[in-house]
Design a protein around this ligand. Structure first.
Ligand code: NAI
Ligand code: A1CAB
Length: 270
């Protein structure tokens, strides 16, 4: 079985390890590296996956999945480059970082695949978008697709769209959590106990998500079906429009896209 090492086991690195194990992968085929020893010991105990050094991971794994913050990439690549075996596939989960950055720091010809996943990976419902670097072939894309399809859905996109994808689905879960949080607060405002408000809103979110996912109907049709003439929903929609919620979402997602571009540029400037 292919050995996979996750370099940097923070939130998304852990989500990947946990998702792969839940998807049936053997713990012996996984490795991870973690800068903080306490965190490494905690994860090894929780998942039964071995924590190793970056050079050990490079020596033993067929696929290296980079999951450090973009700001931490340079020391990691400097540590990795001397011990990387030819043909080891490098998979980047980092926002903003182009495949060309890896190609310029790692041995010539290293295949790199850029991925933007999201945290629902923890429950097997990730949305991941993948793009090949200059030396990644169909076999590399197929391998990454196979790996990530055990933890959710996978789409192939041109690398030029990865910053936009990062703003949409990479950060996307946070927007929904924010909305749920605000709606629970509205319940508190209306005098509903917090526990009950949470149940009402979370189950509404789960139900709405299932209708979007399974029904095949456009969100506009689904919203119209809830919106009765002179009823309650249209009163709420009027307030959402008045407060510019749609425009706020467009501006927010554009700002996230711009930040992803900026994170990539910061590495080019070094
Ligand atoms: N959190 C999210 O929802 C998503 C994050 N990403 C990307 O994943 C990457 C990681 O993000 P998070 O997991 O949120 O960050 P995090 O800060 O939770 O995890 C990063 C981990 O890498 C470790 N680390 C840093 N340098 C290291 C090194 N040289 N060797 C070994 N371990 C090292 C840190 O100790 C930390 O545990 C980022 O590049 C981010 O853009 C992508 C999609 C979604
Ligand atoms: O906020 C971030 O930068 C990362 C990338 C996508 C989701 N979280």
């Amino acid at each position: 079985m292919t050995t996979i090492a996750v370099l940097g086991a923070g939130k998304i690195g852990e989500a990947l390890l946990s998702g792969l194990l839940d998807g049936g992968r053997d713990a012996a085929s996984l490795l991870f590296t973690e800068k903080h020893p306490g965190r490494g010991a905690e994860l090894s105990a929780r998942y039964g996956v071995e924590a190793v050094s970056v050079p050990d991971a490079a020596a033993r794994a067929d696929v290296l999945v980079v999951a450090v913050k973009p700001q931490d990439i340079e020391p990691l690549l400097a540590d990795l480059a001397p011990s990387l075996k030819p043909d080891t596939l490098v998979v980047s989960l980092c926002a903003g970082l182009p495949t060309s950055l890896y190609e310029s720091r790692l041995p010539a010809g290293t295949p790199v695949v850029r991925v933007m996943p999201n945290t629902p990976m923890l429950v097997g419902k990730a949305m991941s978008a993948i793009s090949p670097g200059a030396h990644a072939a169909e076999e590399h894309l197929a391998l990454v697709e196979d790996l990530l399809s055990t933890v959710g859905e996978v789409a192939r996109v041109p690398e030029s769209q990865q910053d936009a994808v990062t703003a949409l689905s990479g950060s996307g879960p946070a927007y929904f959590f924010y909305l749920v949080e605000a709606m629970i607060d509205a319940g508190i405002l209306l005098g509903i106990p917090r526990d009950l408000a949470g149940r009402l809103i979370i189950q509404s979110a789960v139900g709405a998500a299932a209708m979007l996912d399974e029904g095949g109907q456009h969100p506009v049709i689904l919203r119209e079906a809830v919106t009765s003439p002179a009823g309650t929903t249209i009163m709420a929609i009027r307030e959402l429009e008045k407060h510019g919620v749609r425009a706020a979402l467009l501006a927010a997602i554009e700002a996230a896209r711009d930040r992803s571009v900026e994170l990539g540029k910061a590495t080019e400037d070094r």
